[in-house]
Design a protein. Structure first.
Length: 248
């Protein structure tokens, strides 16, 4: 499994995602606001539909969702956000993409650059690593929740692309356009998931060990803890046991 998927799964097990629910709300509100600029009707705006579904999955109150949409469409006043994507390298030459949404470009550029340099990384030019990633839907299912044959049948019938054996979990891959249908099919089958999101999947991975692995986790945490950061994608990989140790 990619380091990104392992990292997301371990954070879930540790309860880190629940502990940061307030931060998750902030990120989702920004995403809804940005998405709603293209239209406030989720039925006709796929990005907004995905953002609203993610917010509901986090049990965000309906009024919060409605106000975020209204700020995006201009019906309510609010901060003016812009999106900035950074590309760079982490310890060991790991490729990293960082999506941000900010109301202060200079601040965000400075602080993201500092997070990279402080943790063994450096920013690159636009396009320097993006070619290594493809947007995919990824759903991680504990092996205890479903057997391979049953899950494969559900995934293929719903339009999924592949099912991979990743140790303790099955990793479902989908085209972004099929993600919602596959995720709904898994939910309808009452199958537990530990991660379900549209993400950037790397074509190749860089294995990290020892101090480089620990430094990479520190860089990931520094970026993900930043208020303006929406998503972090990377092509790092490491042994699952070691990842749990350095993440602990």
């Amino acid at each position: 499994m990619s380091g990104h998927s392992k990292w997301a799964t371990i954070k879930h097990k540790k309860g880190a995602l629940d502990a940061k629910r307030g931060k998750a709300f902030t990120r989702l509100i920004k995403e809804i606001t940005i998405a709603a600029k293209a239209g406030g009707d989720p039925d006709g705006n796929p990005r907004l539909r995905t953002a609203v579904a993610a917010a509901k999955a986090e049990n965000m109150p309906a009024d919060n969702i409605k106000r975020a949409i209204q700020r995006g469409t201009g019906e309510l006043p609010g901060a003016i956000y812009e999106e900035i994507t950074f590309e760079g390298y982490g310890p060991g030459g790991v490729a990293i993409i960082v999506d941000t949404t900010t109301d202060n470009r200079n601040r965000t550029v400075s602080e993201v650059r500092h997070a990279f340099s402080k943790n063994g990384g450096n920013l690159g030019e636009s396009g320097s690593v993006r070619f290594m990633f493809t947007k995919k839907g990824v759903i991680a299912v504990p092996k205890s929740a479903a057997n391979e044959e049953r899950l494969m049948n559900i995934v293929l019938e719903a339009g999924g692309e592949d099912l991979n054996d990743e140790g303790d979990t099955w990793e479902i891959l989908t085209d972004p356009a099929s993600f919602e249908a596959v995720a709904q099919a898994v939910r309808d089958a009452k199958i537990e998931t530990v991660m379900s999101e549209i993400t950037m999947v790397a074509s190749t991975y860089t294995k990290l060990e020892g101090s480089a692995a620990s430094q990479m986790i520190r860089l990931l945490e520094a970026l993900e803890d930043h208020d303006d950061v929406q998503n972090v994608y990377s092509n790092f990989d490491m042994d699952a046991k070691q990842l749990e140790e350095v993440a602990g």
